[in-house]
Design a binder for this molecule. Structure first.
Ligand code: DQA
Length: 148
């Protein structure tokens, strides 16, 4: 059994009502429930984190490093495009991660088309809506269960 952190950055607590043309109609709770059901099937434990403050997310990533978290699925939201500090936290703990975006950031404004996270990620899923989190969990399970 692996421990996987699912981290969501600022404003993602508003999913369901926030700009549905970009982010869909699912709430974060609905997404997390689907992921929990999947993780139960895989035999993994998920811990969900959503926070709007950069420093809190950094502290939680440090905690993930101390508590032997096996994998991270992260949607850094707006911090994707701004946060060297969050990137450095992930680099410091060296936990493998997948970067997820609900919207296709490459079809949006130019400032969204650069990510501080993608080059360190195992993979990036962008533009597939809430399904992206489920695909990330499938990929994480594949990575965690394959012989190293
Ligand atoms: C997002 C894309 C970001 O540009 C934006 O700031 C978000 C959500 C996405 O999931 O599509 O908050 O990460």
């Amino acid at each position: 059994m692996a421990l996987i952190f699912v981290i969501n950055g600022p404003n993602l607590n508003l999913l369901g009502s926030r700009e549905p043309a970009h982010y869909g109609h699912d709430t974060l709770e609905t997404i997390e429930q689907r992921l929990t059901d999947m993780a139960t099937g895989f035999g993994h434990q998920l811990e969900f984190i959503q926070h709007n403050h950069e420093g809190v997310l950094i502290d939680l990533i440090h905690a993930a490093g101390k508590h032997e978290v096996d994998y991270i699925i992260i949607n850094p939201a707006a911090f994707t495009h701004t946060s060297v500090a969050l990137r450095d936290a992930l680099a410091a703990v060296a936990i493998p991660y997948i970067e997820v975006h609900l919207s296709n950031i490459y079809r949006r404004e130019p400032f969204r088309q650069h990510s501080y996270f993608s080059d360190l990620a195992q993979g990036v899923i962008s533009g597939l809506g809430a399904t992206g989190y489920e695909l990330a969990l499938i990929a994480a399970n594949h990575y965690l269960t394959q012989p190293k």
